[in-house]
Design a binder for this molecule. Structure first.
Ligand code: ASP
Length: 333
């Protein structure tokens, strides 16, 4: 097939990452420069894309995604909303570094006002490596974004032939190609390039959320504090001093908090800071536990990992400071 006239229109928005990474040596899988190659180079490397969609690319950023910021998120989400409001755009693919890919995916899942497909992909090996995974991941992502099957499923993450929900997925391995996993299960797979779905996420997602970022130029300051044996009040007190509006505590087990950090977090809550208990375990739902937690007004982060609790809390704080309403959001999104 060479004619592209009748094919779905998919826009590829590039943000950098290893998928656009370049190394001096084709055996190098570390020590390369992430985000070195432009979107045109990525698209031209996979001419087969034209068999499935009419694509054009735009460069949004050229970052190693460890350096992702609220500014880029706002710019990206506004661009996705603008493009998807156009009747001749059928879907979006975003290329991204894998380090914070799940965070950008969840931010978009909460702020995109369209049910058209939005698919994020990346790569674990730089574009210059032998057996680079980026080209196949990009082709699969375009095929998924061009598919009617991807409509109204929230923002999707597609790497290594697997389709995951932005809400559930997390990076689980430092270097393996098979790094993205969803503790609550994947949504489906790319079988020989064809999307096959098995599951749906029963939480509000792109196209049905209340978070409007169109007029925002920044996001509320929310930080994560990582719980551990021997924890104390140091970081909580520093965060209060710094003027944070929200704190996520990555607790042990069921969102448990070291007693010294707990006393400081209670002080934070009394000062009007919203405190959310999450867990460092990597899976499971944080459920109500100690009476002292509810008396202090701490909220539960449900089954979101700390880094996604932070994003939902940032967006919640753009709407309200009412604890009950914010808790409800953690049950709905
Ligand atoms: N550090 C890289 C990034 O997140 C890793 C990757 O893309 O795989 O941009």
């Amino acid at each position: 097939m060479t004619c592209t006239a009748e094919k779905p229109n998919v826009i590829i928005l590039a943000t950098g990452g290893t998928i656009a990474g370049s190394a001096a040596d084709d055996t190098a899988t570390t020590g390369y420069q992430a985000g070195a190659l432009g979107v045109g180079v990525l698209i031209n490397a996979v001419p087969e894309i034209k068999n499935y969609a009419s694509v054009r690319g735009e460069q949004i950023a050229s970052l190693d995604s460890k350096d992702m910021s609220d500014d880029v998120w706002l710019k990206l989400s506004k661009k996705v909303n603008e493009l998807l409001s156009q009747s001749d755009v059928d879907g979006i693919v975003i290329t991204h570094g894998t380090d914070t890919l799940e965070e950008t995916a969840y931010f978009l899942n909460l702020t995109v006002q369209s049910k058209k497909p939005v698919v994020i992909t990346g790569a674990m090996r730089p574009a210059t490596a032998i057996s680079a995974d980026g080209p196949m991941n990009l082709l699969n992502a375009v095929r998924l974004a061009a598919s009617p099957l991807a409509f109204d499923r929230g923002v999707l993450v597609c790497l290594n032939d697997q389709i995951d929900s932005a809400r559930h997925v997390t990076k689980t391995h430092t270097t393996s190609l098979d790094t993205f996993k969803s503790p609550l299960g994947p949504l489906g797979f790319m079988n020989d390039g064809k999307p096959t779905f098995y599951n749906r996420v029963d939480r509000r997602h792109a196209g049905e959320t209340e978070f409007e970022i169109g007029a925002l130029t920044d996001l509320p300051y929310v930080k994560i504090i990582y719980g551990h044996a021997g924890d104390d009040a140091l970081f909580v007190d520093a965060a209060i001093q710094a003027g944070v509006r929200g704190l996520v505590y990555a607790g042990t087990g069921n969102g448990s908090i070291h007693q010294e950090a707990e006393a400081a977090l209670a002080r934070a809550a009394r000062a009007g800071i919203i405190v959310v208990r999450s867990t460092r375990t990597g899976s499971g739902t944080v459920i109500p536990a100690e009476q002292s937690y509810s008396e202090a007004g701490f909220l539960e982060g449900d089954s979101l990992p700390p880094q996604k609790c932070r994003i939902l809390l940032q967006l919640a704080l753009t709407r309200t400071t009412d604890r009950r309403q914010i808790q409800q959001m953690f049950y709905e999104y």
